[in-house]
Design a protein around this ligand. Structure first.
Ligand SMILES: [Zn+2]
Ligand SMILES: [Zn+2]
Length: 377
């Protein structure tokens, strides 16, 4: 543990004032303005557009593109994300990504993880930015050498402050003048939008490490939480993200709310994104099954004649893993051979048939496993 309990590092007055002023204007100014002048649909729409634009520049750009390199993006898209990131006022791409890579590498290490959830909700949410906790590595970007070669990243880093002013004042002022309610726009699209953006993103460091389930791993504090995914453009599936950080998706199932994934995927149809990385499905399924087994073992270890039931479940788990790897390996082999054109027609037909058998065996075993573990899931 750090000794900061006794001697806290000095306050960063700039950050503190930004958070206090923006929050106060949003919390007081918005209802007062709404009461005396009202907001119309165009202003509400602009609030949502601005919120989505800056929010997704962080999730799709800062996070999944630059911090984790889960896909490649067209320079035009990168440029848009760079502007949106400045609009979100969360420091430059380079700085944000550097912090975030440390967070993943040293997650939950209270001395190194810049926003370690182990130091409590307040610290991981916003407290970490209010004092000079990170002074020793403030401009150490050695974990982002790849990003230092990215022209757009370095351009945004160099002109970060002017970009922040242009976006945060320019957008609301221009919109306000065109629309005819300057102050309403400044309050709603400038301040309120920014505060919403800030706290929704901050929830990923705080709540997404405290509140939710851990279906994939218990090695770190990250949680899956559908409600948070709704507030954070899909980043709430944080347990999955921490174990498979190179995946461009966070919510991997079709019913999970992950608009950042949808944006990246649809970008690939337009040629704006490419080389989208996904985790092999067997690794995902194995992680889930292993986690479930662990939970069952823990629960049955305290119940009478639990050891017999555990034995059966362990056997089924072994069978599941074996069938799973048989199937996925055969599938991989077949795809590989097809790619290299190594197969004659009849050989391919035989292999496809064999694969079908392995698939149905695997699915049968999966059903067994689901029935057996249903009462524990
Ligand atoms: Zn991440
Ligand atoms: Zn995290």
């Amino acid at each position: 543990m750090e000794s900061n309990q006794k001697e806290k590092p000095p306050i960063i007055w700039l950050n503190l004032s930004v958070f206090v002023v923006t929050f106060s204007v949003a919390a007081i100014g918005t209802p007062v303005w709404a009461w005396y002048h009202g907001f119309d649909w165009a202003q509400i729409a602009m609030l949502l557009i601005g919120f989505t634009f800056s929010g997704m520049s962080i999730t799709a750009g800062y996070h999944r593109l630059w911090s984790h390199k889960t896909y490649e993006a067209h320079p035009a898209l990168k440029f848009i994300f760079a502007l949106g990131g400045a609009y979100a006022l969360q420091n430059s791409i380079l700085h944000w990504s550097s912090d975030h890579r440390v967070h993943h590498r040293h997650v939950d290490d209270n001395d190194v993880d810049p926003y370690s959830a182990g130091r409590g909700f307040w610290y991981s949410h916003i407290g970490w930015m209010l004092r000079e906790y990170q002074q020793h590595r403030y401009s150490d970007y050695s974990n982002c050498r790849d990003l230092q070669k990215d022209k757009i990243v370095m351009w945004q880093h160099k002109y970060y402050l002017p970009l922040v002013f242009i976006m945060n004042f320019g957008v609301p002022i221009v919109f306000g003048l065109l629309h005819g309610d300057l102050w309403g726009a400044i309050i709603l699209i400038g301040f309120t939008r920014l505060v919403l953006n800030h706290h929704c993103t901050f929830f990923i460091n705080s709540l997404a490490h405290i509140w939710g389930t851990r279906p994939y791993t218990e090695k770190n504090s990250a949680r899956d939480n559908g409600f948070l995914a709704f507030l954070t453009f899909g980043e709430g599936y944080h347990n999955f993200h921490h174990i498979f950080e190179n995946d461009y998706r966070n919510g991997i199932y079709w019913w999970q709310f992950d608009p950042t994934k949808w944006l990246i995927k649809s970008g690939s149809w337009l040629g704006l994104t490419k080389k989208l990385r996904v985790t092999p499905p067997d690794r995902i399924e194995k992680a889930r099954a292993t986690m479930l087994l662990k939970n069952i073992q823990a629960r049955l270890s305290v119940s009478p004649n639990g050891s017999y039931r555990v034995q059966i479940i362990e056997q089924e788990y072994e069978a599941l893993v074996a069938r799973m790897s048989d199937y996925y390996e055969a599938k991989k082999r077949l795809i590989d051979m097809k790619k290299k054109n190594l197969l004659k027609k009849y050989e391919a037909a035989i292999l496809v048939q064999q694969l079908q058998i392995l698939k149905s065996e695997f699915h049968q075993q999966k059903r067994n496993w689901q029935t057996l573990t249903a009462s524990y899931a």
